[in-house]
Design a protein around this ligand. Structure first.
Ligand code: HEM
Length: 202
């Protein structure tokens, strides 16, 4: 038995549902730290926004890594993809609500910021594109839509992760290496996907 076969045997026994609870618990704990002043320093609301956004971006990339990981190593984490996708959506919803309700606070200002600030605009587009993916992340939708249409819709993941990477690149002030590394990883993973796709359809 190869290492990946051994690992897959173990992975098959690990349920996906704890991912929902772990991310929900982390989200609640971070909110508690910010709300009580135990975390986040002088600007707990901005800290919370950024912590939620940072984990959401990591989870988006983790979701994108699952298929290449299986192709390169044989390790199959596909069963966790839905839990990762759905928790990412709710984390971005929390990210947006902390910003809109606690930071910006009025609808007019939210609208103004979304229209005027480029990094907020692309973040918002990415978030809106995630809504149909979150709504259809269930077996009922796959049956209703049919696997082909469903898979086509879920290819929206690609522009979403690119917009999220641009969102991070555009929001930082001055030269910072971290958003560039994230964008390089995103572009690299998508390049691999499209190369495979073009080979498959060639
Ligand atoms: C796919 C959707 C999104 C992802 C993955 C995402 C991710 C991120 C990341 C990684 C950061 C920086 C974290 C850091 O500094 O360590 C961030 C910051 C931020 N995001 Fe998002 N975001 C998304 C959507 C949105 C939306 C919809 C809004 C508001 C409409 C938004 C507003 C902000 C703001 C205001 C900041 C903080 C900027 C600052 O440091 O002052 N984001 N986001």
């Amino acid at each position: 038995m190869t290492i990946s076969q051994t690992l897959n045997t173990t992975i098959r026994k690990i349920p996906a549902w704890p991912i929902y609870w772990i991310v929900a618990a982390w989200t609640g704990w971070m909110f508690y730290l910010a709300a009580t002043g135990k975390g986040g320093g002088p600007e707990p609301i901005n800290w919370l926004e950024r912590e939620y956004g940072a984990l959401a971006l990591k989870l988006l990339i983790a979701g994108l890594l699952i298929t290449p990981l299986r192709t390169w190593t044989g390790i199959n984490l596909i069963k966790f993809r839905r839990a990762i996708g759905v928790t990412t959506f709710f984390l971005i919803l929390a990210h947006f609500l902390v910003w809109a309700v606690l930071d910006v606070q009025t609808f007019e200002r939210v609208w103004m910021e979304v229209v005027k600030r480029k990094y907020v605009t692309v973040g918002m587009v990415a978030f809106v594109l995630m809504v149909p993916l979150a709504i259809t992340s269930n077996n009922w939708s796959i049956r209703k839509m049919g696997p082909l249409v469903w898979r086509k819709l879920h290819k929206l993941t690609y522009p979403i992760v690119v917009l999220a990477g641009i969102h991070y690149l555009w929001l930082v002030k001055g030269f910072q290496i971290e958003p560039i590394i994230y964008m390089a990883v995103i572009v690299g993973l998508l390049a691999v996907r499209f190369t495979w796709h073009s080979k498959k359809t060639a």
